[in-house]
Design a protein around this ligand. Sequence first.
Ligand SMILES: [Zn+2]
Length: 462
Amino acid sequence: MAPPTLGSQPPFRWGPGPLLALGAILLTVALSDAAVGAALRYELAISVAAGGGISGEATVHGTAPADWPEAVFRLYPAAHGAACLTVTGAWVGETEVAWESIEPTTAAVSLAANAGDSFSLTLRFAGRIPELVSSDGYGTYARSDHAITLSQAYPILAPWDGSWIAYPVLPWGDAIVADVAAYVVELTVPAGWIPVASGTETEVSPGRYRIEGDNLRELGLVLVRGYWVQTAAAGPLEVRSFFLPEHETAGRTALAVTVAAIDVFTRHFGPPSLTQLDVVSVPLRLAAGVEYPGLILAGEGYYSRYPSDPLFFPMIFAHEVAHQWWYAEVGSDQVAEPWVDEALATYTSGLYFQALDRFAEILRYWETSYAQGRARNEGARIASPVWDFPGGEGYGGIVYSGGALFFQAVRERMGDDAFFHALRRYREEFRWRIASGAELLAILAQESPSPLDDLLAAWLGL
Ligand SMILES: [Zn+2]
């Protein structure tokens, strides 16, 4: 990615405390050692209007892991303006409760739950999906004449690890940190549009759909019209590729790459925990692809230029498919430690090319990209947080490509058997949780036949 230039912002997280004390912002670098979101359940009703209006209701069921005087929710689309998505009311059970907007992307709702209490919290929300041409960001919450991208288009409960994991939304990199949950969605769409989403979509009546999925780190959702779809099987998994008719060759290639990548990654890490994976071409800006559980959005510009970039085009799909293991399933803190999923997804994408005897090509690409990244941002390292890349300078080269080269150095040290065994163990131990970089490195070190300390020092500065 090459995000737009804006100044750096400091990190912050909110600690526990009464609603009135939420003005006090706690600075902390503590990282999650376990997610607490197991058994979270979202019931969503979302209605999208032809003119770009969106409204709905989100009921979140869960169990409070600590005494919670309030619950913190994120409204990520509000990073592009508060009018994009805002809370309009909150209820605990049937009782209306107070809520406060801390800043446009963050709302605290009065809850009064003790540790171990189950809760049921309902938020009403409304907003407006901006037209792509007048929106900022990556185009992942925007509408054009053929695609309405609805990323994080509902209030999302922030993860809790002793404090709320909630950072300001930076204009580059991925902003979302979320616990997995079960989702049931009643969706109303304008006439002529169809939804493509995480989980499975069922039309219940014209314009009305039911979407269901378990263990979703978020609900990915896009509405399309005038698209063609091609389907293929990857083992028990159904893969669907959605594209505009004029991009048929690219759309079929996207499908073939996705199926082949699933096959390669399954051999190394075991099958993905999915029944369906959708790949949808949409107009994106400054991003080639974006991952969601069971859904990949890929930049339409790459389809229209196909086949002019024989390395980068398949790289988009191989990378985003890898995120089904490293993000959708094994979560991480994408803001404080973006390398944990991005470097691993990038390295995993290299396995797709290795299976095609193109590994030397991808290594050269990573080396060039890493060198360019370091030249652009000399202060940042592979394991740096997103906020250490002001304007996104050097972010992809250092975190993605440099991080992939780090994993290659570790693999060469450990040998294939120990390296892939360690990553399978990492997947098993942190499936549906939020892992830290330290936990990933600890497993690699435990499984390595020889010490990795010099590699951690040289590559990560640890
Ligand atoms: Zn990625």
